[in-house]
Design a protein around this ligand. Structure first.
Ligand code: NAD
Ligand code: TYD
Length: 339
């Protein structure tokens, strides 16, 4: 099979490329990525040596480029990871999120209509459900929870989900959608909570915690997300939505304290800064459907995954030093300079 992975030079997409090269050695994996600030060829170094892997630079919102991709590569499966993915950037500048996340998705779907596809899979997020109150630990997101978004990022992802469902119904394109909770693990871009805190702590820099740090995220090790998507591709039913999560809810402040403890750094590095606008309080996935229907279970416990992740950042300084020495520095100064 020819499997196109869009956004495969980013955090989860690259982990998925490696996962698929290992799990499905007979299939060809084609990464189609625009290489925005978040895409990194160094991440794909090892994949580039594999015969079954091909990289194509391109923009999912560019109709001509996507047409050429379909004509040349004749994909059987599309897995769409390509997106602008950072909530804080979407608050600063929403427009690019609409172009890539919504228009880009529609361009891919149009190509599926035109050329045919065995499966179009949309990698969505639990953020499309909005947030849950902190004082109702009994509430979880299920696949039927209404979409109720808070940030330009989540609104663009929810719009894309609606388009995917509309194309499924109207044009009978065989689609699936997965909505996963927050991921962590290797190749996570340093602007996101966990890698940012690891890297700042290593430099004895302040750790900027938004507000009181009481917001809750439901963390899943990235490899478990990859195994879930592969299972949806093989066993999932066209037209269905699958939530992915491992019931691992943590307050941000507690995640930051675990990182400091692992690195032997003092909690005095924590600095409470101005809160994110519209900050979602709590995310929590109910993964009953994917567990019961497809038999998926996460493998990595947070206690182990966070240690492995910290170890990975210690062993791959070149990877992140390259990132933080470039354009990222301007972003960091703009974001945290006067907070
Ligand atoms: P990321 O920002 O690390 O990577 C995004 C990748 O997409 C980059 O390689 C970038 O170059 C590429 N890209 C951006 N715009 C593009 C375009 N127009 N055309 C082609 N490529 C483009 O993101 P991530 O954290 O790996 O997230 C991947 C997907 O998973 C996203 O769709 C995101 O919404 C979803 N998701 C992420 C999380 C998470 O915790 N990170 C959780 C659930 C769902
Ligand atoms: P993030 O990694 O941006 O993921 P998301 O907003 O998509 O869940 O942020 C995770 C949580 O950490 C979120 O509640 C915001 C918080 N946060 C901080 O407190 N400080 C930071 O510097 C960042 C980037 C995030």
């Amino acid at each position: 099979m020819n499997i196109v992975v869009t956004g495969g030079a980013g955090f989860i997409g690259a982990n998925f490329v490696y996962y698929m090269l290992k799990q499905r050695p007979a299939d060809k994996i084609i990464c189609f990525d625009k290489l925005t600030y978040a895409g990194n060829m160094a991440t794909l170094d090892k994949a580039m040596t594999k015969e079954k892997f091909k990289f194509i630079r391109g923009d999912i919102a560019d109709r001509r480029a996507v047409d050429k991709l379909f004509r040349d590569e004749k994909p059987d499966i599309i897995v769409n990871f390509a997106a602008e993915s950072h909530v804080d950037r979407s608050i600063e500048d929403p427009e690019l999120f609409l172009r890539t996340n919504i228009l880009g998705t529609s361009v891919l779907l149009d190509a599926c209509r035109k050329y045919g596809i065995d499966r179009y899979h949309q990698v969505s997020t639990d953020e499309v459900y909005g947030d849950l109150p902190l004082d109702r630990p009994d509430l979880f997101f299920t696949e039927t929870t209404p979409l109720h978004t808070s940030s330009p990022y989540s609104a663009s992802k929810a719009s894309a989900d609606l388009l995917v469902q509309a194309y499924s119904r109207t044009y009978k394109i065989p689609v699936t959608i997965s909505r996963c909770s927050n991921n962590y693990g290797p190749f996570h871009f340093p602007e996101k909570l966990i890698p940012l805190m690891i890297i700042n702590a290593l430099h004895d820099k302040k750790l900027p915690v938004y507000g009181k740090g009481e917001n809750v995220r439901d963390w899943l090790y990235v490899k478990d997300h990859c195994s879930a998507i592969n299972l949806v591709l093989t066993k999932g039913k066209a037209g269905e939505v699958y939530n992915i999560g491992g019931h691992n809810e943590r307050r941000n402040i507690d995640v930051v304290k675990i990182i400091l403890k692992e690195l032997g750094k003092p909690e005095s590095l924590i600095e409470h800064v101005e809160d994110r606008k519209g900050h979602d309080r709590r995310y929590a996935i109910d993964p009953t459907k994917i567990r019961n229907d497809l038999g998926w279970e996460p493998e990595t416990k947070f206690e182990d995954g966070i240690k492995q992740t910290i170890q990975w950042y210690l062993e791959h300084k070149d990877w992140w030093e390259n990132i933080i020495s470039g354009e990222y520095q301007n972003y960091y100064d703009k974001m945290y300079g006067n907070r």
